[in-house]
Write a protein that binds this ligand. Structure first.
Ligand SMILES: [Zn+2]
Length: 466
């Protein structure tokens, strides 16, 4: 395309207009939809990534078996590091893509079960930034693990397959919501009312002496405990040590007559996990040593063993240096690495355009979006990429005809947010945020453009191959 003096972002739909390209785009979107449907928690996502990498010859042994130059290391089933050796010495640093596999959801409390009139419910504590009302009156599935007293682990996934029951938080009917309608959102929707209905039928004693009597006080909960024991062999105490998450039930879908959008839960940030993994698996051999890391806990500030603030990534690089470049300090590898913090950006909302500063907002369908810095209100809490690094990537993508755009999150003093970029910047490496725009971010049904999905894969792959 001929360049003018003035800058205008280019639509990815224009750039990928050919029939062949559109076919590849739709095929990629279909595979992505399958991935989103299958992976709704960080554990499920890490399992999927691990399986794909193992099939591609990635080994968990950083020592002798890393001879083929492909290694992977999961941490507690919730985070994962993988690397592929390049022709250059490791001391020149890694080309790294970092994304996160956790998503906002409702975690069951440690003692979740309560009986209230007519139903047994699970009490919840939400995880990450949610708008509480979006979780009411919609089908929910339960995913997670239950650890028995003997240490045995039991995987749970219920509410996804046809024929399986789903769960639900009831909402107030409009006829009785008059007072609530006048309240602020935070007053109207209380976290302690996000209780998920798990069962309704009471336990009925068959003995003749109870006939005609009312069911005992917690008969529904008792019946539910019987059911859980029959299905999983568990008791109420087993739930205390479980990790159970309520997530939106059902598959991801194409959206629109033109099937140009993907709708589904957890696209922040699984769209980046998916495209980064695809990029690593399909990138041509090249000089650079490549790596990806998929973290957990980003949605709650990145603390914790499996979050970006932990030492896990550093330990992986130290082991990599020992295996691939004995004598090279890991600090040299870290300092000279170049990273993409692969996270989504808020798309310009067609119905709430006033919250964006439009010239610096991400648009659906215009390719992956750079955010030079994150943070908020005067760039506090931000890490900011160098102009040099940003400029180099811009040159790379322009040369390859890959669409890209640049944005910040909302108007100054109104918006802002954080990613994992600052945890990588702490090592002194060059890092910039780059990811597709998402509409209805953090909702149970987020929307992303098929063109952006495709363009993001091209951008991540070009970065690894450069
Ligand atoms: Zn994110």
């Amino acid at each position: 395309m001929k360049k003018t003096l003035a800058y205008k972002p280019q639509s990815a739909w224009q750039i990928y207009a050919g029939a062949q390209e559109r076919k590849k785009m739709e095929a990629l979107a279909a595979r992505y939809i399958d991935f989103l449907t299958r992976c709704k928690t960080e554990r499920e996502t890490v399992d999927y990534v691990r399986e794909r990498l193992s099939q591609a010859g990635y080994s968990e042994d950083f020592g002798a078996k890393s001879g083929n130059g492909r290694v992977l290391r999961p941490l507690r089933g919730k985070a994962l590091f993988a690397a592929r050796r390049g022709k250059e010495p490791l001391g020149k640093g890694l080309a790294l893509i970092a994304a996160h596999a956790d998503t906002p959801r409702l975690d069951l409390k440690q003692r979740p079960l309560v009986e209230q009139p007519g139903v047994a419910q699970a009490k919840t504590h939400y995880y990450g930034g949610i708008r509480k009302y979006q979780w009411l009156a919609r089908p929910l599935a339960l995913h997670g693990v239950i650890i028995r007293e003997n240490g045995q682990s039991l995987s749970v996934s219920i509410g996804e397959k046809p024929g399986e029951p789903v769960f639900c938080i009831a909402d107030l009917l409009p006829h009785l919501a008059r007072k609530q309608s006048a309240q602020t959102l935070s007053e109207a929707f209380e976290a302690e009312k996000l209780n998920i209905i798990l069962a309704h039928s009471p336990k009925v004693e068959k003995k003749a002496k109870n006939e005609g009597k009312d069911a005992p006080g917690e008969a529904v909960k008792e019946q539910l405990l019987d059911l859980l024991h029959k299905k999983y062999g568990i008791n109420e105490e087993d739930l205390i040590t479980a990790e159970l998450q309520a997530v939106p039930a059902g598959p991801a879908r194409f959206v629109g007559f033109d099937k140009a959008l993907v709708g589904g839960y957890g696209q922040d940030d699984r769209i980046c996990v998916f495209t980064a993994l695809e990029a690593l698996l399909t990138a041509k051999d090249g000089p650079r040593n490549r790596a990806v890391i998929f973290w957990d806990k980003e949605e709650i500030g990145s603390d914790g063993a499996t979050g970006a603030a932990s030492r896990f990534f550093q330990y992986c690089v130290e082991d990599l240096a020992r295996a691939w470049a004995p004598g090279t300090p890991a600090s040299h590898v870290l300092l000279r690495s170049r990273a993409l913090s692969a996270d989504v950006q808020a798309a310009l909302d067609p119905d709430f355009q006033e919250v964006h500063e439009k010239q610096n907002a991400a648009q659906l369908g215009y390719g992956p979006c750079f955010s030079k810095f994150t943070g908020s209100r005067g760039k506090y809490g931000a890490s900011e990429a160098d102009a040099e690094f940003f400029g180099e990537l811009r040159g790379l993508y322009n040369a390859k005809g890959i669409p890209w755009q640049s944005a910040e999150l909302g108007k100054v003093d109104l918006g802002g947010g954080g990613t994992v970029a600052l945890f990588l910047a702490a090592y002194g490496m060059q890092v910039i945020d780059l990811g597709p725009a998402v509409l209805s971010m953090h909702s149970p049904f987020e929307l992303a453009s098929c063109a952006d999905l495709y363009a993001t894969l091209q951008a991540y792959r070009a970065f690894l191959e450069a």
